[in-house]
Design a protein around this ligand. Structure first.
Ligand SMILES: [Mg+2]
Length: 339
């Protein structure tokens, strides 16, 4: 049950508000007020247990001051002790585009960041809303630009969609508009792909939308098939420039049928939870790293994780204040995140 803890137990020391938590470590918001020049963080949690400082703070250890920024987030670029400024994480989820890669270029330092995670033995998953490719395809594409990761370290919206359908209706059937990334994921969980009386119409990213197949999708939805789409992105990068994405094509089917799809990919926290489940990790000890406030950060927040916004992608520092939610920290790039 969601409840709000009293605001009395607050930390008044500068920066310490970013470390205080309830016993369940499920911070949802961290508004602050300034009293006589002292920053006071108001901690709202979804735990009925009284607020208590983490053990290291109670013992007075590792109390590194941080510099709260104008937007209320912790700017870890201003402190030498990043682990002291952020919740300690056992597991890391990170977006791919805009975080590790930018187009066909590696973000400088992204490979070293992955190496640091490996050296520390921290499990991680690289997330992408793009459902075009299988993890093996993505692994090869990343290797070509110098980022070497395993297939099992990549998690696409197609995989999240397949896992979702498996939990909803094991061994069901689907009419699919998509590429190998999606069809392989559905085959792998035991789904039958059919154009006759499917349980679901599943729409994903594709390079060649066919009006004939869209017409079939519309008819099947009108006949009662449930409508699922891998991700809500309406536009995205392609080899020759921007191209309409799954969300835009889903809108066509939705307008024609009057049936809205269920989007599985980010910002749906379902995708983050599925990724955490794959790692056998818990949101309370995990961090989501992303470049977009409206997908990565909101999804990570709703999944109960601490979040880090990197400025190498879509969202700029100036845009952060426009959103009603905030990342736990803002950094210039993954290169600045120490484990
Ligand atoms: Mg991104």
């Amino acid at each position: 049950m969601l409840s709000f803890s009293p605001i009395a137990p607050v930390l008044s020391a500068r920066g310490l508000g970013s470390r205080i938590c309830c016993q369940q470590m499920r911070l949802l918001h961290m508004p602050k007020i300034v009293v006589n020049g002292i920053v006071v963080y108001l901690v709202i949690c979804n735990c009925e247990a009284p607020l208590q400082p983490p053990a290291d703070l109670a013992k007075g250890e590792n109390m590194q001051p941080t510099e709260p920024t104008n937007d209320g987030t912790t700017d870890v670029t201003t402190t030498a002790n990043v682990p002291g400024a952020l919740p300690q994480a056992a597991t890391y989820l990170m977006d791919m585009d805009g975080v590790l890669v930018r187009g066909s270029q590696l973000v400088p330092g992204a490979d070293e960041f992955i190496a640091r995670l490996r050296a520390q033995g921290k499990p991680f998953l690289i997330l992408t809303n793009n459902s075009l490719y299988t993890p093996r395809d993505l692994q090869a594409r990343l290797a070509r630009i110098g980022l070497h990761v395993g297939e099992r370290e990549l998690f696409t919206s197609a995989l999240a969609t397949a896992q979702f359908l498996h939990t909803q209706q094991p061994n069901g059937s689907a009419y699919v508009i998509g590429e190998a990334g999606l069809t392989t994921a559905l085959h792998d969980i035991g789904y039958t792909l059919t154009d006759s009386r499917p349980d679901y119409v599943v729409l994903g990213e594709t390079l060649s939308y066919s009006f004939v197949r869209l017409t079939q999708a519309v008819r099947l939805v009108l006949e009662g098939a449930r409508f699922i789409a891998t991700n809500p992105d309406v536009i995205g990068p392609s080899e020759g420039g921007l191209a309409p994405a799954t969300g835009a094509v889903a809108a066509l089917v939705a307008e024609a049928t009057g049936v809205k799809p269920y989007f599985v990919g980010k910002p749906n926290p379902l995708m983050m939870r599925a990724a955490l489940r794959q790692l056998k990790a818990h949101s309370e000890t995990s961090i989501m790293i992303g470049d977009r406030m409206d997908t990565d950060i909101v999804g990570g927040t709703e999944a109960g994780m601490a979040t880090i916004l990197v400025l190498t992608g879509v969202t700029s520092r100036e845009q952060v204040n426009r959103f009603p939610y905030r990342p736990t920290a803002v950094v210039e790039s993954v290169a600045q995140i120490t484990i």
